[in-house]
Design a protein around this ligand. Structure first.
Ligand code: ATP
Ligand code: MG
Length: 627
């Protein structure tokens, strides 16, 4: 089918369109009403229908593909690969569900999952879904404070944690962080279930509170746990946004709408049919991990690869080696990860047989043209930028090669996905801007299936955070965009990333791209800092490629020159700092607000999701030394 017809139907006849898509999943009771929008901005999809995410991801495939691989969990940290067929997955999930029940977890109870990218994280999520418990996966790399915040928000009955994770060959004990988090949290203390990988021999247990998963699993192996059917709009899970703009928001997802969005997107966006292999390099702790390591591929009857480790260990060819071994068709990663590979020798991408690989999807932050071009040339497959948010749960702007491949335009994630009624508006007048003009990206409610239902236990914050920016009732997370004549949307960054130089409004992204077009630059961050004369001026922080071979001073001049050539004198960065690392969130997003704050000698703000504190020290030093 043609993309245009598909999209148009989703907007003009949403009930018919989504009634049709609802057939992609199994319902125990079919929906009585496709869409209830009597209480906007809240909306309910597939009202009265009952279904279950675990049933659709596991049980449903036993008839046709029990012996097919469902999950491959590869760890280049522990050097262990574990493969599970759908039948094996079924038994693992049932055992896990039985353990949950034995600990008193039931429908509506929250379960915080604090595990690295390992198979048990998937089992635990699906086991929760099976019995109607609400999971809240906390990225394993977060520290005690982040964990405590999420425990207090979710008030879980159970916390599932590993003894330890590993990063770059180093063991990172989790259990002390769990103990510290439970100390800090004010919620009633949950029970703790430890998945002991044997990595931390020093691990201590609290009697009566801490349980051992392996021991309980042995007692429940072979038990079958009946699926609990849930009404489509009951909560399935909680997941927090990245905290790039401030305190993370607890996104609440439903059951039926999400299942349908997963079934639809895995086919039409990611072009994955049952039996094919998908490799998302995300961590299960992120939105991409939830949707395209766990629910999407499994609901779609595919083989999902889960990877624990770095893209460069044991060597920078590891991901492509896995693509060859499992015949991966669709790969999904982030621009950050690709920029890491870009610093390495390109020959690593040419070593393996990638004849099955059809697409590389990248999401999470702007994909700059030089990186897009580099990876496209190196892999020889289309690279598909796709734009979404933790809130949306699946791509909002993308190309849909499973339906029809439209031309890839570098710098743009493409066209709106089905159900996303999208506009680019003027932030002052609220009116749609003409093609080619910058504006704020907004969605007209109702949000399509799969998107958040609300913020957990905070309907007010849901309305306030997303729907209160304009006179009209419109959803916006305040990203800045531009639409071209063909309807392709270009994301320019966040509205608060706009730099206003003497009345000229410049996107940080435009300047970053100009800087990064210099072949020796690995990555650049641009922020606007206060200036008495011009209001604001852009300043640049950049990291260089390993073999840049040019001095920092000469490089700074060269970067300024690139900007002037491409964007004109107004955009010329007033200062350029060459640094070793840029501050990022744990999900790989540039923390521009902190860079800007440091450059303006302000407090860097909420740093709870900062990846490497060393990067900020590096910035402080650079600022002290001067450009
Ligand atoms: P918070 O909402 O807590 O401030 P966050 O917005 O970074 O954090 P996420 O939900 O992880 O949390 O990220 C969504 C945001 O990431 C989008 O609003 C957008 O700014 C950016 N983004 C995602 N994909 C793309 C893309 N393909 N191109 C450009 N920007 C993207
Ligand atoms: Mg956001």
């Amino acid at each position: 089918m043609q993309y245009e017809d598909f999209y148009r139907q989703s907007i003009e006849q949403p009930e018919q369109f989504w009634a049709e898509q609802a057939r992609l999943i199994h319902w125990d009771t079919p929906p009585q009403q496709i869409l209830d929008q009597s209480n906007l901005p809240f909306r309910r999809w597939f009202v009265g229908g009952t279904t279950n995410l675990c049933y659709n991801a596991v049980d449903r495939h036993l008839a046709d593909r029990a012996e097919q691989l469902a999950l491959v969990a590869i760890s280049s940290e522990t050097d262990v690969t574990r493969e599970f067929t759908y039948r094996e997955l079924y038994w693992e999930v049932n055992a896990f569900a039985a353990v949950l029940r034995s600990l008193g977890v039931g429908k509506g109870d929250r379960v915080v999952i604090y595990l690295p990218n390992m198979a048990e994280a998937v089992f635990a999520m699906l086991a929760c879904a099976r019995i109607g418990a609400i999971h809240s996966v906390v990225f394993g790399g977060f520290a005690a404070h982040n964990l405590a915040l999420r425990i207090d928000d979710a008030q879980p009955k159970l916390l599932i944690a590993a003894d330890a994770g590993m990063r770059g060959g180093k063991v990172i004990p989790y259990k002390p962080l769990v103990d510290a988090a439970l100390n800090e949290a004010s919620a009633p203390p949950p029970q703790v279930l430890i998945v002991d990988r044997g990595l931390d021999p020093q691990m201590t247990r609290v009697a009566g509170r801490d349980f051992d998963y392996a021991e309980l699993r042995r007692a429940h192996e072979g038990v079958e746990v009946p699926v609990i059917w849930l009404e489509s709009n009951e909560p399935s899970y909680l997941l927090y946004t990245s905290g790039t703009t401030g305190k993370p928001k607890g996104v609440q997802r439903d059951v039926g709408g999400y299942a349908v969005a997963m079934a639809l997107s895995i086919r039409t966006v990611f072009d994955i049919a049952p039996g094919q292999a998908m490799f998302s390099t995300s961590d299960v702790g992120w939105a991409v991990g939830h949707s395209y390591n766990v629910y999407g591929p499994l609901i779609g009857g595919a083989t999902s690869l889960l990877y624990e480790g770095m893209p460069t260990r044991p060597d920078p060819g590891i991901w492509w080696q896995l693509c060859e071994r499992y015949g991966v068709r669709t790969m999904f990663s982030s621009p950050t990860a690709i920029r890491v590979l870009k610093k390495q020798d390109e020959s690593w991408l040419k070593k393996y047989d990638l004849s099955n690989l059809k697409w590389l999807f990248l999401a999470g932050e702007p994909l700059d043209e030089p990186t897009a071009q580099w990876i496209t040339d190196a892999l020889g497959v289309p690279v598909i930028d796709n734009y979404w948010q933790t809130e949306t749960g699946w791509p909002a702007i993308t190309l849909m090669p499973g339906l029809e491949l439209k031309a890839v335009k570098f710098g743009s994630p493409g066209l709106p996905a089905p159900g996303y009624k999208m506009k680019v508006i003027d932030e002052n007048t609220g009116k749609e801007v003409p093609a080619g003009t910058k504006g704020v990206l907004v969605l007209q409610p109702p949000l399509p299936p799969g998107c958040l239902s609300t913020i957990w236990r905070d309907d007010d914050r849901y309305v306030h955070s997303y729907f209160s920016h304009f006179r009209e009732l419109l959803y916006s997370s305040l990203d800045w965009a531009i639409r071209d004549e063909d309807g392709y949307t270009f994301i320019l960054g966040r509205t608060d990333d706009v730099i206003n130089v003497a009345g000229h409004r410049l996107g940080t992204r435009e300047i970053e791209e100009a800087v990064a077009s210099h072949p020796a630059v690995a990555e650049a961050a641009v922020v606007g800092v206060r200036d008495e004369l011009k209001g604001q001026v852009p300043i640049v922080f950049a990291t260089l490629k390993q073999d840049a071979g040019v001095g920092a001073g000469a490089m700074a001049l060269a970067m300024q020159q690139r900007v002037v050539e491409q964007l004109g004198g107004v955009a010329k960065p007033s200062r350029v700092y060459v640094v070793n690392a840029l501050p990022k969130t744990r999900s790989g997003k540039l923390l521009r607000r902190s860079l800007q704050a440091l450059a303006e000698q302000r407090d860097p703000g909420d740093l709870s999701t900062l990846d490497d504190p060393g990067a900020l020290d590096d910035i402080r030093r650079a600022l002290e030394l001067g450009p």
